[in-house]
Design a protein around this ligand. Structure first.
Ligand code: FES
Length: 331
């Protein structure tokens, strides 16, 4: 459950990097604690935090430590040489002893009640799934995990996962056993199973297609690392041809501004509130999530569920617009 404070794009807190640990080839984990030794806000499996790196870049990392630990958060970071630079910064910077700013935890990938859980993890996508597996095992749920990766040495947390659920954890390195057979796995899941998938876009797309073809759409819960490969580019969604002008009231700032058709809502908001949080600007990371106080948001993100869109009380302002002439935001 997302609490009101963690939904505030202006609120953050300091976190001290207590430990950096090599978990697998190319993967380090960070243990983050309150600098004063206090307790950290609670979280549920599937939650993530936004971490502001020393360069100022903001990145999202799933919490993968024990969910009941009030003293520390653990995140894990895969080094991506051809990524946006955040992961290389984490790997190449001496972070132990430094204090970083963080927002959250927030959760759009929460565990629902189910008779059985089929967890499908690809690469570093294992991080939210690790927290889910800990919880499923702790409450005695029925579950199974299939964890794919390029090679065994690049796959983090295999030991801890096997210790949690030997017999239920299936580690599938691609160079030994090929890709995860997602169609067969989803097809064989018992009725009433919830399917949780986090991994690279190809894997998420394959699982989404299988679930759609087998009428298991409602059972599927996914988390993406990036924008979906299909669909219109983010800039077109945020300022599509023929988009209407609308007015946005930033209630806390006491400012009302116009958003013209050719500009994104985030662009306009940043002029009035430069400290507003954002990261991907493509509608998939959740970093710019903002509470809607009045008006009808027009959603173009891939974070919110259908139910959350329907409620209309929150939106991603990097790609979202307004279906009403006036939109009032909690900024
Ligand atoms: S900045 Fe990532 S969803 Fe808006």
């Amino acid at each position: 459950m997302t609490d009101p404070v963690s939904l505030d794009p202006l609120a953050d807190r300091p976190l001290l990097v207590e430990q950096v640990r090599l978990e697998a080839t190319g993967v380090v984990s960070l243990t983050l604690v309150d600098p004063g030794g206090g307790e950290l806000p609670p979280w549920e499996p599937g939650a993530h935090i936004d971490l502001r790196l020393p360069s100022g870049a903001v990145r999202q990392y799933s919490l993968c430590g024990p969910p009941g630990d009030p003293r520390s958060y653990t995140v894990a970071v895969l080094r991506e040489e051809h990524g946006r630079g955040g992961s290389v910064e984490v790997h190449d910077t001496a972070l132990v002893g430094r204090t970083l700013r963080a927002r959250g935890p927030r959760n759009h990938f929460a565990l629902v009640e189910a008779e059985h859980y089929l967890f499908l993890a690809g690469g570093i996508g294992v991080t939210p799934i690790l927290a889910m597996v800990r919880r499923a095992a702790a409450v005695g749920a029925s579950w199974e995990l299939y964890y794919g990766g390029r090679t065994r040495d690049t796959m983090a947390f295999t030991d801890v996962l096997s210790a949690i659920g030997a017999g239920r954890v299936h580690v599938v390195p691609q160079d030994e056993s090929g890709l995860l057979p997602v169609a067969g796995l989803v097809g064989a899941a018992p009725p009433g199973a919830a399917v949780y998938c986090c991994g690279p876009e190809g894997m998420v797309r394959a699982v989404t297609e299988v679930c759609a073809a087998t009428m298991r759409d409602d059972a599927l819960h996914i988390e993406r690392f990036g924008a979906p490969a299909a669909g219109r580019p983010a800039e077109e969604r945020a300022a599509p041809p023929g988009a209407a002008r609308f007015t946005v009231e930033l209630r806390r700032s006491g400012v009302t501004v116009e958003v013209p058709p050719d500009r994104t809502l985030l662009d306009v908001v940043r002029e009035a509130v430069p400290e507003v949080g954002f990261s991907c600007e493509e509608g998939y990371c959740g970093s710019c999530e903002t509470r809607v106080l009045a008006g009808e948001p027009e959603h173009h993100d891939t974070v919110l569920s259908d139910e959350e869109r329907e409620r209309g009380d929150t939106m991603m302002i990097c790609v979202g617009r307004s279906a009403s002439e006036l939109l009032t935001l909690d900024l």
